[in-house]
Design a protein around this ligand. Structure first.
Ligand code: ATP
Ligand code: MG
Length: 278
């Protein structure tokens, strides 16, 4: 297992309540407001996850905060849960936004954090944040979330292009619900159980191909060597093969892909000393 895969698997355990042992005395905090999941994560100065909490909730749509008060309440709740798990308080965090959203919507993220008593130390676009963890020099980061697919192309370590298109895991859930006559909640649960992946694959394949086409259109003007697939939807078995097939470019899902963006946002926070009361 690579170092990155081990880090991401550890992140998943931490997000489910395990406590990480710090390597140094620094703290960084990331808040990821997503269409599907909102995540609060604390790492040490090296990026090693220490504590966190997340919840499936609809306070953001296509990268835009649509339920401002709900978002504040949710971040407050996750902050408290994280503080309990961490054993100390936090009062600052870095956060992010999908590429291409309006400046006012970026600001809304800062206001949500402020409403939850968190000073916003940085706001970065999400696929670039993800790359703080992945460290891609030549290739593309593809973040398939709930509502959208974000793509960032890097060459020689520099960001060349970034895009965000409204297709994601929600669309997989919708076609499963439609095809099998299930409620959205039932379809969502069925999709997340890997035991159903083989049965559901033909149902969701057209949506995965559509995501592949979106990626193809963004990367085709550039010589992209490799695709790095993150975001919760990339937990679905077989997604890498479909996207590689459509784009003709190798695709890989590193470790558990769900928390990469949140960890990358934390990496953009200004570190504070563990012992300091901020
Ligand atoms: N095990 C799983 N198998 C398939 N899909 C999954 C699994 N776990 C989570 N997902 C899907 O991942 C999606 C959420 O991913 P993520 O948390 O990265 O999105 P988000 O950041 O909230 O959304 P966005 O980036 O679009 O704002 C949801 O559609 C969810 O159904
Ligand atoms: Mg996301």
């Amino acid at each position: 297992m690579s170092e990155l895969d081990a880090l991401l698997d550890h992140a998943a355990a931490v997000m489910d309540g395990e406590r990480g042992e710090p390597w140094d005395d620094q703290l960084r905090v990331g808040v990821d407001l997503g269409t599907a999941h909102t995540v609060v994560v604390v790492t040490d100065g090296t990026g090693w996850p220490l504590a966190g909490a997340y919840k499936f909730a609809q306070v953001v749509r296509d990268g835009v905060v649509v339920d401002f008060h709900g978002a504040i309440a949710l971040v407050k709740e996750l902050k408290v849960e994280t503080e309990v798990r961490l054993g100390r308080s936090i009062d600052r965090a870095a956060s992010g936004y999908p590429p291409g959203v309006a400046l006012a919507d970026v600001r809304a993220v800062e206001h949500v954090l402020a409403g939850a008593d968190l000073r916003c130390t940085a706001l970065v676009d999400e696929p670039t944040a993800a790359n703080a963890v992945l460290g891609v020099r030549d290739g593309a980061v593809v973040d398939v979330g709930g509502g959208t697919t974000g793509i960032a192309v890097f060459a020689d370590g520099e960001l060349v292009t970034v895009a965000d298109e409204p297709t994601g895991g929600t669309h997989l859930t919708l076609v499963i619900a439609g095809a099998l006559g299930l409620s959205i909640e039932e379809a969502e649960a069925r999709k997340r159980d890997p035991a159903n992946a083989a049965e559901l694959f033909p149902v969701v394949r057209p949506v995965l191909e559509k995501i592949g086409t979106i990626v193809h259109d963004v990367i085709s003007p550039h010589e992209t060597e490799q695709l790095h697939l993150v975001g919760g939807t990339c937990r679905f078995p077989g997604i890498a093969e479909v996207i590689a097939g459509v784009t003709g470019v190798g695709a890989r899902v590193p470790g558990d892909p769900l928390f990469v963006t949140a960890l990358g946002l934390a990496a953009n926070d200004i570190p504070s000393r563990l012992g300091d009361q901020n």
